[in-house]
Design a protein around this ligand. Sequence first.
Ligand code: SF4
Length: 331
Amino acid sequence: MAEPIITLLENWDETHTLTRDEAIAILELPDEQLPQLIETAYVLRTKYKGKKVSIQLLTNVRSGNCSQNCAYCAQSCESEAPIEKYRRVSDEKLYGDNDLVDEKHLARHCIGLSGIRFTDAEIEDLAARIRKMKKNDTQICCSIGFLTEKQAQLLKDAGLNRINHNLNTSRSFYPNICSTHTYEQRIQNIRMLKGIGFEMCCGGIIGMGESHGDVADMLMDIREIHPESVPINFLLPIEGTRLANRDISGLTPEYCLKVLCLARLMVPTSDIRCAAGREVYFKGIEPTLFKVVDSIFASGYLTAGGQGIDDTLRMIQEAGFTGELESTDEE
Ligand code: SF4
């Protein structure tokens, strides 16, 4: 299979829709053929995203005590990870982070809430906070469980731009990761949110024990959803979670790059974000990483004055790319 795939990559035709077998063959490409794969991804990356790297800042608005049992998550009902748990982050932290996004001209403020169901009163409270944060027209994305249509509309009316709802893995592997809700519920939620007019952020987690076929299946479903942003996370096993002892030896930098390249080939116009695991699996190879992805989370931003954000920007510049300095709607 490697010969035809390399030929396909050398003569990449954007109108070609990768089949499941071709996607798997890309994930199984011999490492010595990785440079060609990266070059093909780089052409698409520069065509649609130029040399910009957009930086997102993440605030955990609600932490812990989730009713769901997602195997990778420190906030799940089965997790014994010693995390900080709270129902609502302080205003000081939330608005302080939002100001930092504005001051540093970052691309977007991402806010995450643990849990899967919310009362209307909780959503109204969140909507009020979003309204305040939109005063400088900050781009805001919210990672939140399953909303009713009424709740989604409330957040839309408050100015929320984007919602993150990941598929996480393939439909067939999903029951191994979570048994308290289904893959289909996720798909239905995404359809409803798209119908309301939200931009979507939809990606997955690599390294949970899934096969290459599962990665291909997940990316094919993401291709169908066609979200504005595709965050790819690489598992960081957390002590106290069901995946604490998961063997991650397969997450070599080469394999991780192949996954990201495949995502770029399958949804070339979307933001491809290297999310969790970037600092671990891509340490020292950021210039290569940025040839494929155009979006990352800021790291270490908690240090005084957003020093970590300055370091992130410097790292992007040293790699020959440009940190996105203005939020835009038309990505
Ligand atoms: S629903 Fe979200 S917060 Fe809850 S366990 Fe799953 S990933 Fe964690």
